[in-house]
Design a protein around this ligand. Structure first.
Ligand code: GDP
Ligand code: MG
Length: 164
């Protein structure tokens, strides 16, 4: 975010987007990247990994008491071919905008045009994760990425996307 942070701190907002194991299995990674790129968000980190239970339990800490929690952790860590693409993006209001692009948690309520509304049918297999607040996004980025894995770079189309 270097370069314009002092002029417009909100442009430095970042979020964590993750294609979940079902999304990776269903070859949705490219589709998700495409949607966030074409919207104008800047990709600053990306990797594929097998999520550990340690990371997942921190990531879904607030859902620990929910009846679906064990199934959620199994889902997110499932099987030998499970992988997760995690993307950190930054842009103006990226947290809110990306939640709108992702759609309702319950896929059956997610609007057409959203990732979940276009590609999933059930809350238990909803393809994608997006941080739900700026504070949570910062925590999640710290959980999934080392600082050195986040790249500071300037986009050439900045003035076409933002006035500042
Ligand atoms: P999100 O921020 O929209 O992903 O939703 P939450 O943070 O509330 O929940 C995290 C994830 O847990 C969701 O994306 C779903 O994969 C799963 N989940 C949430 N609620 C339910 C539920 O009622 N049943 C099941 N099976 N999974 C759920
Ligand atoms: Mg959430």
């Amino acid at each position: 975010c270097l370069g314009y942070s002092s002029a417009a701190p909100e442009i430095c907002e970042r979020t964590l987007i993750a294609v979940k194991p079902d999304g990776v299995q269903r070859r949705m990674v490219g589709e998700v990247i495409k949607r966030f790129e074409q919207r104008g968000f800047k990709l600053v980190g990306i990797k594929m990994l097998q999520a550990s239970e340690a990371v997942l339990s921190k990531h879904y800490h607030d859902l620990q008491k929910k009846p679906f929690y064990p199934a959620l952790i199994r889902y997110m860590a499932s099987g030998p071919v499970v992988a997760m693409g995690s993307m950190v993006w930054e842009g103006h209001n990226v947290v809110r905008s990306s939640r709108l692009m992702v759609g309702e948690t319950d896929s059956s309520q997610a609007k057409p045009g959203t990732v979940r509304g276009d590609f999933s049918v059930h809350i238990s297999r909803n393809i994608i994760h997006a941080s739900d607040s700026v504070e949570v996004a910062e925590k999640e980025i710290g959980l999934w990425f080392h600082t050195a894995e986040l790249i500071t770079w300037e986009t050439n189309d900045h003035s076409d996307l933002y006035q500042v």
